[in-house]
Ligand binder design. Sequence first.
Ligand code: 9PG
Length: 541
Amino acid sequence: MPQLKLTVNEISRIIQLDMTPPLKLDSLPQTGDSTIVTASSLTVSLPRPPRLFYRHGWQSWSLATWTEPTPLPIQHPKILHPLQTDPRYANKTSPHGSWVGAVEFAEDDILLLGALGLDAHAQLNSDRLEGWNEAGEVEWLIARGSEESVFAKYTSELAKRLGTKSNQPAPRVWCSWYSLYTAIDETILHQVFDGLGDLPFDVFQVDDGWQISIGDWEANTKFPSGMSALANRIKSTGRRAGLWLAPLIAVESSRLFRNHPDWFLHDAEGKSVSAGFNWGEQLYALDTTHPAALEWLAALMKQVRAWGFDYLKLDFLYAGALPAKRHNDTPREAAYHEALKGMRDAMGSDAFFLACGAPILPSLGFCDALRVGPDVSGKWEDPRDARLLYNFSTPGTRNAIRTTVNRLWLEPLTMVDPDVAYFVGKENSLSAEQKQLLQDLALLCNFKATSDLPQWMTPAEREALLDFLRASPKVRRLNREKFQLGDRVVDFSSALSLSDPPTGMTKFPAAFLGWLGNQPLTLNLFHRMNEASFKKRRKSL
Ligand code: 9PG
């Protein structure tokens, strides 16, 4: 019998363990200084435990915030981990984040540890700041100084490696999602476009609801004239035609998934990898290292351009970077990076590409704009999500503002999309102050979008929207919460804090809700109820 001899390195590769001891850094840079080292993992010893940790979530909807340096509860329901967190680390309770972590010792004394490449993570382990990379060696920046200076250093180093901002002008977008949701059809969209008249929008973007199915990207029966006719109608108003797609996922019932199961991600046992649950269905993720899947993606981008859409909101993109066994062995974020490159090449450099639900670092260099927070909604916060499920990724205006404000450091690298602002009172329970915060955040990001229906706007609301679309105030960051916007100071502190994790008696309802939310049946029921209410709303228009 032939003898099989393996070296330690070969064994570690097979069981996917990095046996290289972490690089140890015992001396920190002086304030105002920074250093770059190369390692697959490293440990930075801190002189004393910090008072705060900066946690940076993996993708658009994942939480980014400064927290106490204590363990954090696991977010629920777990069935949503693939679509709200980096599922590989979702059960980790030590303060952790993707690519970058920072600690605060005192005001203006911040230490940042940030990877300058993909597939990397950071965590705080009592008085050690640790970094590791799933894909082998990577460069790490260690910078010390004020919050602004360390993040500026990080973005300037990232820009050199991943590319900087595109030169597309900041768009003003009307998006169909946050008023009509899936209840869109040809007739109502035409009415909306007419009703918006000469309001200075650059893009009319059609969101979810036009397609046959998630995976089957053709016009459904609500769009009998087809997608080219819809794009032409928009272009006839002098605007760019925008379209939403989720090209890297498919629902179980789609033709795409049924016809090409081999194009989708599998685990080591050959089981399909879940990309989460939405639209009352199980989601699956495309394996973008499969040549046929890549070809299909490029053809889809070309098809959409041929219809006449040149503003593309590509959503649920995290799916391309989920942990799995791929067709070829590419590390997951590198695989995603390649998919984005392929889609960008196919859509052309003149298209505007907004990445949404997207892993942050691997999207840089390819997208024109990046959603940097969860969805807004007409509600400030759902107490069940915040207090019981410890979930800050779900749609809600407070969640959206919190994570967006904590990711404004990305601005030198990409246009940041804070999601839409609201002006109408109808179907909306936000206070005037809360709506103002959203509007101010949009001005700050210079990414202005709304879904407000002209049919719902009072003359005063329409006037406020017009002023907003025309405004370009000067912006200056004052501190973590406050910004100077023209002659006003905007204070986001009401949105930034996190509610306390469930303790004592609240642990029981929390556990029950977590269990309930994990049942596909419950999620399916919620989906049906939502759909019914959107349809009712559509009928009343
Ligand atoms: C269309 C929408 C809109 C929206 C996107 C995305 O379960 N989740 O956490 C979850 C988060 C966001 C989400 C859907 C589900 O919305 O961000 O703007 O385009 O898809 O379906």
